[in-house]
Design a protein around this ligand. Structure first.
Ligand code: ADP
Ligand code: MG
Ligand code: ZN
Length: 470
């Protein structure tokens, strides 16, 4: 296995979160009753004319910019011809030779530096309707009694992102997919939820000998809808291809299905049966020509994206911790605490541990006030800190009442109490001096009681030991 290098490229589809469909004004509503959002355009009645959704075009340009793509001055919709019951037009409107975004590069942060993942293209197309296989046992087309089509999904705007074969392991492909997903979600252009089918990925896998130039034939595994299965399918392809190459068998370019039950890939169709879509420019739509002012406005409106935030935060807390903060959406609170004067490590620990455990709303935490508590944490007892954190997202939260309960570590204030406790417990003092140091805990407890729990236990411990020694 060690002398084989995996080569992976992804084709990712995300449903755009527009109000209406790609080429008509039907509303998009996830989970609506079947066939309630349809019209002559998305049902493909003859003569109905499509009109491109401008919001979908803006969303695609936004993502293209986030992926470092060039935005085409002139993009063209194309017909991709094929027959399927859930595609009543007999073709899907997509983009082919002139996509909206191309030639990008995504800097994937890794512990040992950025790995540039090339983006071949990011284009806009429409989704097909949804076929539901009913009757029979499996819910699959084979063995079903009949099939029904729900046209609500037909015409949903789909963003397709195609990477270069630049990913070098299953783990790296999954990391890329996760970060791409988070980028899409943060841009507000899609919910990108694999479980709901609003994010899907086709994975292309081949292997080659380390140091070898060029690529060997690939397998394409279609429509993966869980991160775990993406990883497992890639691992399975690597295993099966290495075994084939080593046995001297030919590995052909084919489409595969991943069977999660057996953790194996089975051939869907081979290259000889590959589709010929006979693409040609869509005559019913004008080319898309995004005005340069629009592109520049979208570019300057981009937020600081997750990959860059990982790089920035890494400087202060290290790579792994930065990844944890950003991928759990907790880095905003971390940033606000640090800006309010908390040391990065302390802020990281608080955010990932105590604050997370308290179950408070991260976005609502009054960071400037909580920062005062965290800065003073060495002078506060644990229960006081925990109490403060538990109400830190309440409106009007202030640090003041908690800071007033600062632990007393002032020796001048503690000494008289300690003297009094020692004088009141001569037996325990004897026992301690006789070598049984276990009674110290009892004496500390007495001091804490006398001070209503406000004494700093560490200081009390030290002062008692000094006094008993003398
Ligand atoms: P198609 O249009 O037939 O899908 P593309 O050339 O556009 O073919 O490639 C589709 C995907 O396959 C891309 O993500 C690309 O990175 C990936 N890919 C291409 N060649 C290989 C290879 N030899 N091994 C792994 N992935 C590959
Ligand atoms: Mg493809
Ligand atoms: Zn419609």
């Amino acid at each position: 296995m060690a002398d084989w290098e995996p080569v992976v490229g992804l084709e990712v589809h995300a449903h755009l979160k527009t109000r209406t469909k790609m080429f008509c004004r039907c509303e998009l509503e996830y989970g609506a009753a079947e066939n309630t959002h349809t019209c002559p355009v998305c049902l493909a009645h003859p003569g109905a004319l499509p009109v491109a959704n401008e919001r979908a075009i803006e969303y695609t340009v936004k993502l293209g910019l986030a992926l470092g793509c060039e935005i085409a001055a002139h993009a063209v919709f194309a017909r991709k011809n094929y027959f399927y019951p859930d595609l009543p037009k007999g073709y899907q409107i997509s983009q082919y030779e002139a996509p909206l975004c191309g030639h990008g590069s995504f800097a994937l942060p890794r512990a040992d530096g950025d790995h540039a993942i090339g983006i071949v293209r990011a284009h806009l197309e429409e989704d097909a309707a949804k076929t539901v296989h009913a009757g029979g046992a499996t819910g699959r087309s084979v063995g079903a009694d009949y099939s029904l089509v729900d046209f609500n999904r037909g015409g949903t705007p789909l963003l397709e992102i195609v990477t270069e074969p630049d990913l070098r392991s299953a783990e790296e492909a999954m990391w890329f997919l996760r970060l791409l997903r988070q980028t899409i979600v943060e841009l507000g252009i899609s919910d990108a939820e694999m479980e709901k089918g609003t994010l899907r990925a086709d994975v292309n896998v081949s292997v080659r000998k380390r140091g070898e130039e060029g690529y060997r034939p690939r397998w394409e595994i279609k429509n993966m809808n869980s991160f775990t299965f993406v990883g497992r399918a890639i691992e399975a392809a690597i295993r099966q291809q290495v075994a084939a190459h080593e046995a001297g068998d030919e590995v052909e370019q084919s489409t595969y299905d991943y069977d999660a039950d057996t953790d194996r890939l089975t051939v869907h169709r081979s290259k000889e049966e590959a589709d010929d879509y006979r693409y040609f420019p869509e005559p019913d739509l004008v080319p898309v020509e995004p005005p340069p002012e629009l592109v520049e406005r979208l570019r300057s409106g981009l937020p600081e994206l997750p990959a860059l935030r990982i790089r920035r935060i890494e400087q202060a807390v290290g790579f792994e911790s930065a990844v944890e903060l950003v991928t759990t959406d907790r880095d905003d609170l971390y940033d606000r605490l640090v800006a309010a004067g908390v040391e990065p490590r302390v802020a990281y620990n608080a955010v990932m541990n105590e604050i997370a455990a308290a179950g408070v709303d991260f976005g609502a935490v009054v960071a400037t006030e909580l920062a005062k508590i965290l800065v003073a944490r060495d002078r506060l007892t644990r229960p006081i800190i925990a109490q403060a954190i538990s109400v830190s997202a309440d409106p009007g939260f202030t640090a003041e009442p908690f800071l007033e309960q600062e632990a007393v570590s002032d020796e001048a204030a503690l000494e008289p109490v300690i003297d009094a406790v020692l004088a009141a417990n001569p037996e325990q003092v004897e026992t301690y001096r006789g070598g049984k140091e276990g009674v110290l805990g009892y004496l500390v407890g007495q001091v804490m009681r006398e001070t209503q729990g406000k004494a700093d236990p560490k200081t009390v411990n030290r002062l008692l030991r000094e006094r008993l020694r003398g």
